[in-house]
Design a protein around this ligand. Structure first.
Ligand code: FAD
Ligand code: NAP
Ligand code: SF4
Length: 678
């Protein structure tokens, strides 16, 4: 068993009486898309077993609906035949480590189910739901409860050690709890006692169906982050009631999916919400799970040491690095590939119906297909450019046994990630560079910094393969006055190499334009590094815990006082290309700092007077002191063309390959896939 001397709390067992957890590290539930995929059970088995082999104490599966109306994508667990299919998962996990527990999450999406047959206590459509749900009658409620119990019993028959029932986030159970979605006047609505009857009855019937020696976890909404959400005394009353009805472990959840408060994005401080779990833990007297932005072992240890929880859930961190627990136990935390909370390959994919993976670990959920075995005949490979693409390629190829030399023109690794990490709210990007720095050493990559190489030098080097990962250069739009002294490129702006005026036009409202606007309007400490600042900026009251955690608290955002215009030529609303689950946070944050978004801009010229434009056809002068250009990028692929001309075998990856719609997710994925087969 892994021991973990530096993290005594994290690696201490937890005795539930009838079952023992070997440590306090939980892989929280994530819907990955493997649930619906072809060969999905085998792929889930490989996905979970890899985490089980590497030390996690307990795993919770992605949410599985107990019936058709709870789902929308066809997957459910309501028959013995369906239960049989799950055996491959439970057997693989227990074969990987018999001490690891695996629980099935029962997810009834209620009004968020993607089916016109979706149900709810009242016919109230969610802001983010696809359909108006059908109001359940008494018989319908009884059917839903019976289906929960049936699903739990089937989970037990399939070899699971327990079930988690999700009672939060805007799914069925939580819609019974809150008045805005429960307008009933019968015994299932009205008073809080009536509104919590449904979850309590579900738990009572599930416990009766599975017997006493089966783990039963209830995910409670500790802070709905919603006007009209649960008051603190209601959260406590509900917690006590579900414990009395048979729950062994309570897991706290924060936020309905439709709320306007970020709870897991990279701008959220680490472990920002665990204090709420700690407060509830004092009331309930059962083991408690906490979660959200706990991405390194020391963070988990501190949470446990403070008494905020008994078990720490790390969901996305287990996508980013399946070995996170093992590395913590072995004192190799500097080798952890840390989740940077970008959501780009996980939650953004979930919400757009795509298979989940991870920006920093493209193998996540692709374990059976993207393998990186040792090579029989190692090659000498030159990699040019130590941005995300070059780094991912070099470290993966070296892991497979190749002899890799990595050339970087700059004096540090990282490429554009060195710019990204300077944006307030993106501090986590530092961790990726720390990881790659360490992997370069561990895997024996020969790193040559301050070395700009050309095709002749590479040809003379006699490498078996050359990988061109030279990235991009910023696009310089062809506008009169683009060389005026008030024009600044985004690289100079981010690195602080040029003075930025008080009145600024940001030309280009893509990801980088938004980041630059964030940087130049920011004041004070980054909210991502200070829970109090974060709470003020998003109107959360951790101290008094008003209804929903937020009601009546006005967000307060410090600003640099600059007057900033964020512009684009397109006529639609700026920010459409930002991440699906995080874009709104960036738009809202900039709006609160007074940044003015201007669409439909024709750039005419820049001169001493400012930026001359036509906005939706009307002439308009922006009398700004600085114009920051964030107008996209062009591939830097001259080196590749030169190599081709000299007959040197070369491949091109990342931004050098294709600049349009480039991001680090695509760069790392492409690089890893090439390194896996070369
Ligand atoms: P680059 O990162 O451009 O790296 C290329 C490297 O090659 C550079 O280090 C360069 O010095 C080196 N090089 C070039 N020519 C030579 C040569 N001849 N010899 C030796 N070395 C050479 N992406 C996301 O996915 N999510 C984000 O949130 C995000 N935020 C961003 C924020 C900002 C402010 C910026 C600027 C970018 C952001 N990106 C983000 C984009 C992401 O950083 C890029 O997509 C990614 O860095 C591209 O990787 P790359 O390796 O292809 O190229
Ligand atoms: P981008 O998202 O493609 O945005 C480029 C911007 O420049 C657009 O607003 C575009 O809008 C404008 N533009 C394009 N050509 C122009 C021209 N000739 N003259 C003036 N304006 C022009 O690219 P980016 O902002 O440079 O970001 C690069 C990549 O990094 C992005 O693809 C993104 O994925 C990634 N990134 C991601 C994040 C994130 O949070 N996920 C953050 C930063 C960067 P109009 O054509 O309408 O003017
Ligand atoms: Fe974490 Fe981003 Fe990977 Fe999701 S994609 S697991 S948020 S690093």
């Amino acid at each position: 068993m892994l021991v973990g001397q530096k993290y005594p709390k994290l690696f201490s067992p937890l005795d539930l009486g009838f079952a023992k957890l070997k440590n306090r590290a939980l892989m929280g539930s994530m819907h990955t898309g493997l649930e619906e995929a072809e060969n999905g059970f085998v792929r889930q088995a490989a996905f979970f077993a890899e985490r089980a082999r590497n030390g996690v104490g307990m795993i919770i599966t992605g949410g599985i609906p107990p019936n058709v109306e709870a789902s929308g994508h066809g997957v459910k667990l309501s028959t013995p035949g369906e239960a049989e299919q799950h055996r491959v998962i439970t057997q693989a996990v227990h074969a990987a480590d018999a001490d690891v527990k695996i629980c099935l999450q029962i997810l009834h999406s209620g009004p968020l189910a993607r089916t016109p047959d979706c149900v709810a206590p009242s016919a109230v459509k969610s802001r983010i739901g696809a359909f108006v749900p059908r109001e359940l009658d008494e018989a319908g409620i009884e059917k839903q409860i019976a289906d929960f119990a049936n699903c739990a019993a089937l989970a037990r028959s399939a070899g699971y050690d327990g079930v988690e029932i999700i009672g939060s986030a805007g799914y069925l159970i939580s819609t019974f709890l809150v008045e805005k979605t429960n307008r009933r006047t019968d015994r299932w609505g009205g008073s809080f006692e009536n509104r919590m009857r449904f979850p309590v009855e579900v738990i009572r019937r599930v416990r009766a169906a599975v017997g006493p020696d089966f783990i039963l976890i209830f995910r409670i909404s500790a802070m709905d982050m919603l006007e009209g959400g649960l008051a603190w005394n209601e959260v406590v009353a509900l917690g006590k009631a579900v414990v009395a009805a048979g729950v062994n472990i309570v897991s706290t959840h924060f936020c309905w999916h439709e709320a306007f408060v970020p709870t897991i994005a990279t701008m959220v401080p680490r472990a920002a919400f665990t204090q709420v779990t700690g407060r509830l833990r004092k009331e309930l007297g059962v083991p408690m799970i906490t979660s959200n932005r706990i991405n390194m072992p020391q963070v988990a240890e501190d949470v446990l040491a403070r008494g905020d929880a008994d078990i720490v859930s790390m969901a996305r961190p287990m996508l980013a690095d399946p070995e996170i627990v093992r590395k913590a136990a072995e004192g190799r935390e500097d080798e952890i590939n840390t989740c940077i909370a970008c959501n780009q390959a996980c939650l953004d994919h979930t919400f757009s119906g795509r298979m989940v993976s991870c920006l920093v670990n493209p193998r996540a959920c692709h374990e059976t297909e993207l393998t990186c075995g040792m090579v029989a005949a190692p090659k000498r490979i030159a990699v040019v450019g130590a941005g995300p693409a070059g780094l991912a390629f070099a470290t993966t190829a070296a892991e497979r046994g190749h002899k890799v030399t990595l050339f970087e023109a700059g004096n540090e690794i990282g490429g554009q990630f060195n710019l990204a990490r300077r944006i307030p709210g993106k501090e986590e990007f530092d961790e990726t560079l720390r990881y790659f720095r360490r992997m370069i050493a561990v895997r024996g990559v020969d790193l040559r910094l301050d070395t700009r190489v050309d095709a002749d030098a590479l040809k003379a080097g006699g490498f078996d393969e050359v990988i061109v990962a030279t990235g991009i250069e910023p696009r310089v739009p062809d506008i009169e006055g683009i060389d005026h002294p008030k024009v600044v490129g985004y690289i100079d702006a981010i690195l602080g190499r040029r003075q930025i005026g008080r009145k600024v036009a940001v030309m280009g409202a893509g990801g980088i334009g938004f980041d630059v606007a964030e940087l130049i309007t920011h004041a004070g400490i980054s909210a991502a590094l200070d829970i109090d600042v974060f709470a003020r900026e998003w109107g959360i009251d951790f101290t008094n815990h008003p209804r929903g955690g937020v009601t009546g608290v006005k967000p307060q955002v410090a600003s640099s006082g600059r007057e900033v215009y964020l512009m684009q030529r397109k006529t639609d609303a700026p920010g459409r290309t930002l991440g699906r689950t995080t874009g709104w946070t960036h738009r809202l944050a900039l709006q609160r700092r007074g940044v003015q978004m201007v669409s439909g801009v024709d750039y005419l010229k820049i001169d001493d007077a400012g930026l001359h434009t036509r906005v939706n056809g009307e002439p308009r002068l922006f009398d700004v002191e600085t114009v920051i250009v964030c107008a996209g990028q062009m591939s830097l692929r001259k080196l590749y063309d030169d190599l081709q001309a000299r007959g040197v075998k070369a491949s091109v990856i990342g931004g050098a390959c294709e600049a349009a719609e480039l991001d680090a997710k695509r760069a790392i994925d492409q690089a890893t896939r090439l390194a896996a087969v070369i």
